[in-house]
Design a binder for this molecule. Sequence first.
Ligand code: NAP
Ligand code: GDD
Length: 368
Amino acid sequence: MKKTALITGITGQDGSFLAELLLDKDYQVHGIIRRSSSFNTGRIDHIYHDIHAKGESLFLHYGDLSDSSSLRNLIMRTKPDEVYNLGAQSHVKVSFEQPEYTADISGLGTLRILDAIRDGQEDLSKKIRFYQASSSEMFGKVQEVPQTEKTPFYPRSPYGCAKVYGFWQTINYREAYDMHCSNGILFNHESERRGETFVTRKITRAATRIMFGLQEKLFLGNLDAKRDWGYALDYVKAMWLILQQEQPDDYVIATNETHSVRSFVALVFKHLGIEIVWQGVGMDEMGLVKSILKTNKNAPHSLKTGDCIISIDERYFRPSEVETLLGDPKKAKEQLGWKPEISIDKLAEIMTDHDYELAENEHRLKNK
Ligand code: NAP
Ligand code: GDD
């Protein structure tokens, strides 16, 4: 018999990759979407286009993590074997501007769905396996390097605090009600589907648009922040593996490598044939074209040595910052047999190539 999964956040980066993975494994997939005045299903629309192969097993339902009744209703109606709670207000900088909303959705939302599972029929709470999208942001001002499942948390944002709440509620429901509830403590993971205001995607979008003369400059905040960046598709495989374990548990999912925002910028531009040199300090720092290299890309740019294409903008700094993250995925490797497949170089290449095509199309339309 087909297994059934319910995904909150199915329209997000991870939700879309996870839905594809589960459909490929022959699951029936139910996804919760928010009512929106404009389309918000762009990341999953292609699944419907392949209607015979996959569409018949994908069902979308309106609901919201702020609305217990919709969550309870959907748990009762879909009776899933597995619930993946990926829905969240997931932007750290935005969480400083909307702390209460972030706590409500990313923190209390976890409690609401856990309680909807507990409060359903007895057999459902025993049957359902629950995955919580916990985050390396919980380590914040890191208390040890690298971070493991045993590293104490020190969150540095309303988002990080909300995720710590969700993490502990997940453990509490596991221990108090003997439910199969697990946390994946995922370090940053990116892809060509990444939201465009997260730093990696912001960089690949801007760099490729600069190459086509569609934008002059890229404005960034803290260039020295370091992250352990992996590829989203590798990470949703870990989510699934976590729920296939007989015993619920918590796992760090990371690459065990850390890179600065500055080095990611350099990597992306290098792939586009531009070598960057940094000049100035603090708010006056700039990224200039050092040299133009030969590549197989033929964007019609008019860049020349010395052009300033990266500047600092104070709006992109956070009131308190997570300076460096580095995860140790040893437990996941040993117990789940999981390891990341995509390196940082390959990740930058995948994202840049994808956005190069978008910029090329935009340029073509503009010059028609
Ligand atoms: P994302 O692209 O921002 O997707 C977030 C999803 O949550 C979207 O589908 C969004 O719907 C949905 N959502 C937002 N508010 C909601 C609400 N009130 N009710 C129901 N759904 C709501 O995030 P992601 O990168 O895929 O991350 C998935 C999860 O993993 C999140 O919980 C995130 O906090 C966590 N996480 C991410 C990373 C990472 O590096 N990507 C690392 C660790 C943990 P709309 O499409 O309608 O906005
Ligand atoms: N977004 C953004 N925009 N970040 C910038 C910029 C900019 O212009 N300039 C520098 N940064 C720095 C941020 O200050 C941060 O240190 C780093 O780049 C990464 O920022 P994001 O890409 O926004 O990701 P994040 O690390 O804050 O949060 C992401 O990863 C978490 C896991 O650690 C999100 O996906 C969270 O949902 C996730 O939990």
